[in-house]
Design a protein around this ligand. Structure first.
Ligand SMILES: [Zn+2]
Length: 195
């Protein structure tokens, strides 16, 4: 697509394109929007981005989004002793929308992928056995995607955890190749239904 020939504009598009869900068109729209905001608007927009960088990080317990060095809002709540394991923070938000308050979570930080050279030791899965023991967890629900990577990750988790705690895999109604974050709440509720 044709871009206006202004270096600052392109730089803004390049910056915004670093955000995962933004297409090229979306980034161009956003850069136009920012240019129309004027110096004051852009300054406050930028300030909010700086604040994200300064004040947000990941939860030391479950790797959800949290304020720096604090437990996340989920870990600060009283929740049933059931951990739902997801690949990404966005998946956590999707499951939480479908089943609010139902689970504690553990965010893996991705899925096992020999193609992309993502090995189990690069994920946070190794922290799960000690969490299960420390928190008296009674069940683990695996909500990785119905992708090759998600399946490999689920198999790995089952082998890692099955001697410690009952492990259940998210199942029914998940479209093959589907990512959890692309599923609607109804499908998620169905797929995570208790036996
Ligand atoms: Zn947490």
């Amino acid at each position: 697509m044709v871009l206006p020939p202004y270096p600052r504009f392109k730089k803004a598009v390049r910056q915004l394109r670093k955000l995962p869900p933004l297409s090229e068109q979306g980034a161009v729209r956003s850069a136009i929007f920012l240019a129309m905001m004027g110096p004051k608007g852009v300054r406050s927009f930028t300030k909010s981005l700086l604040e994200i960088g300064d004040h947000l990080g990941t939860c030391p317990r479950c790797h959800n989004l949290s304020e720096v060095k604090e437990l996340c809002w989920v870990c600060q709540e009283e929740r049933p002793p059931v951990i739902c394991v997801v690949e990404e923070i966005f998946d956590l938000l999707t499951v939480e929308e479908a089943l609010p308050g139902r689970y504690r979570y553990h965010v893996l930080g991705g899925a096992i992928s020999p193609m992309e050279r993502i090995h189990p030791d690069q994920l946070t899965a190794h922290e799960l056995p000690s969490r299960i023991e420390r928190e008296g967890i009674e069940e683990v629900v695996i909500a990785t995607g119905a992708t090759t990577e998600g399946e490999a990750t689920a198999q790995y988790l089952i082998e890692l955890l099955q001697d410690l705690v009952p492990v259940r895999r998210m199942g029914r109604g998940v479209p093959i190749g589907g990512k959890v974050q692309q599923m609607d709440p109804l499908t998620i509720r169905y797929a995570l239904q208790e036996k």
